[in-house]
Ligand binder design. Structure first.
Ligand code: BG6
Length: 482
């Protein structure tokens, strides 16, 4: 029995409907939702972009995109034929009048309306305004906006103000696709759905927490964007901070949009400024399997970081004294994202001759092989007396749930369906985004003022030595990236 949650009939307009994100993620994702039966009969997806295409041309473009970027589902050619029937296209001029009258004619007023701004943020204001002057949007319409949501506090504020001129906060869905990932939501289920963890989830029992998001890809192909952004703006200010919030927040009174976001906001506000020696910026150098960052970014003098590691502190009752180590980088040795909670040492061992440190370590793997493992200490089997060893209690969700488990929707498709359902829980509120920039701005300004030069690391490695050293100084070590 499928457990997809039904949504109402909708018209989804994708501005930037011919763009990379639309072709790679949004439309293949929507096709999967269509196949799962979640997209109700009569719903429509309307691509809107500059290209001079017609409906047939757009349908063909999306059929090609699904063939190129889709997964298993692309084999279902009958399904694909039915799906592309739901597509329409309007050539539109975001800064002029072209196409708006036609869009107004197409978009229905009596169904859920969502407008996905998959365009440069500089166009948000134009789109928002024209949706109103052309009488297309109303108080029920929803808009979806992509990152980057600004490049600092000032620009993020300006964007929030622009959007607020035309839409209420309850209509604005700021996407952070990490929140749509299955295991990220599972983090909340693990914390708040079990008796076992929450009582230990504080500075009495936790030694430190690590968050690693390691990627193997480089920045080739998107250097122009990335070089102006770097790992801090591209990954930390949004994805890693969201993970940190979900790990550290107090239990919300219920799983509602504002309850969850209020708690996340409190975490961001309690984050302390980070000392310069607790930040390591890195940049990948050429390696056996690829060129250097500077070549990829086509900027021979770039000081942008493609890696960052930092030690953060949350000044509140629960977490005071517990470091949160964050690390993310491109072109690292493996694609691996995980959250690790390292519990404190036992204060005393009753077992003679047991000098080893035994620690419980809970690690939650976001990707690949979503799952959890918990390191526990047991007696080494056999006749050797009371000798202790540490073993993992390993649970890979795919194995645990078996082949009949429901197909896990990709982050984007899940989030888009949440938009249609009107559920903002997994989207960032304006004040959260601003608070995140308020914390990162001084760090970025700090290293710019110091003319900080990122440390080189070999492509395919675990990042610069300094990041390892930062941990060693604290008598700790990073989890191996594998
Ligand atoms: C994006 C960043 O937001 O997230 C990319 O802009 C990064 O640089 C990507 O590669 C990582 O997402 P995922 O889902 O592949 O972990």
């Amino acid at each position: 029995v499928s457990r997809v949650i039904p949504v109402e009939t909708f018209d989804l307009v994708i501005f930037g409907g011919t763009g990379d994100l639309a072709r790679r993620k949004i439309l293949p994702g929507l096709f999967r939702r269509f196949r799962s039966g979640q997209m109700p009969e009569g719903s429509r997806i309307i691509g809107a972009a500059r290209s001079d295409l017609d409906q047939a041309g757009y349908r063909q473009m999306i059929a090609d995109a699904v063939a190129e970027f889709g997964g298993e589902e692309k084999k279902d050619s009958k399904g694909l034929d039915a799906f592309i029937e739901t597509l329409d296209y309007v050539a539109i001029d975001a800064k002029g009048d072209g196409g708006w009258a036609k869009l107004a004619e197409i978009v229905r007023k009596d169904v859920v309306q969502a407008f996905y701004f998959s365009v440069a943020p500089s166009l948000f204001g134009d789109l928002a305004e024209r949706l109103h002057t052309n009488n297309i949007a109303n108080e029920q319409s929803r808009i979806v906006v992509e990152k980057p949501f600004g490049r600092d506090l000032e620009t993020a504020r300006a964007l929030n103000e622009t959007l607020a001129t035309h839409f209420d906060e309850s209509q604005i869905y700021r996407i952070d696709h990490y929140l749509g990932k299955e295991t990220v939501q599972n983090l909340m289920a693990v914390r708040f759905g079990n008796m076992l963890f929450e009582p230990l989830w504080n500075n009495h029992y936790v030694d430190h927490i690590q968050v690693t998001v390691a990627e193997t890809v480089g920045v080739g192909g998107r250097g122009a964007y990335y070089d102006k952004s770097g790992a801090m703006r591209d990954m930390v200010q949004n994805h890693l901070m969201q993970l940190l919030c979900l790990i550290a927040m107090e239990p919300p009174s219920q799983f509602g949009a504002d309850e969850v976001r209020d708690e996340k906001l409190k975490v961001i506000r309690a984050l302390q400024p980070v000392e310069p020696h607790h930040i390591v910026r890195g940049q990948y150098d050429a390696g056996p399997n690829g060129p250097s960052y500077r070549e990829d970014a086509e900027n021979a003098r770039s000081f942008t970081e493609s890696f960052i590691a930092m030690k953060c502190e949350i000044a509140n009752w629960r977490w005071a004294g517990v470091p949160f180590y964050l690390r993310t980088g491109k072109r690292m040795k493996a694609r691996s994202s995980e959250i690790t909670v390292v519990f404190k040492d036992l204060g005393h061992s009753i077992f003679e001759g047991d000098e080893a440190r035994h620690r419980n370590i809970l690690s939650i793997r976001l990707q690949p092989n979503e799952g959890m493992d918990l390191q526990v200490t047991i007696k080494e089997p056999g006749p050797g007396g009371m000798r202790l060893i540490d073993v993992p209690l390993d649970m890979t969700f795919a194995d645990a749930l078996g082949p009949d488990a429901e197909e896990v929707p990709d982050a984007y498709e899940r989030l888009i369906m949440d938009v249609i359902r009107g559920n903002q829980t997994l989207f960032m509120r304006g004040d959260e985004v601003e608070a995140a920039w308020r914390w990162t701005d001084p760090l970025i300004n700090g290293w710019e003022a110091r003319n900080d030069v990122p440390k080189l690391y070999d492509a395919g490695s675990a990042g610069p030595e300094d990041a390892l050293a930062m941990m060693h100084r604290d008598g700790r070590r990073w989890r191996e990236i594998k």
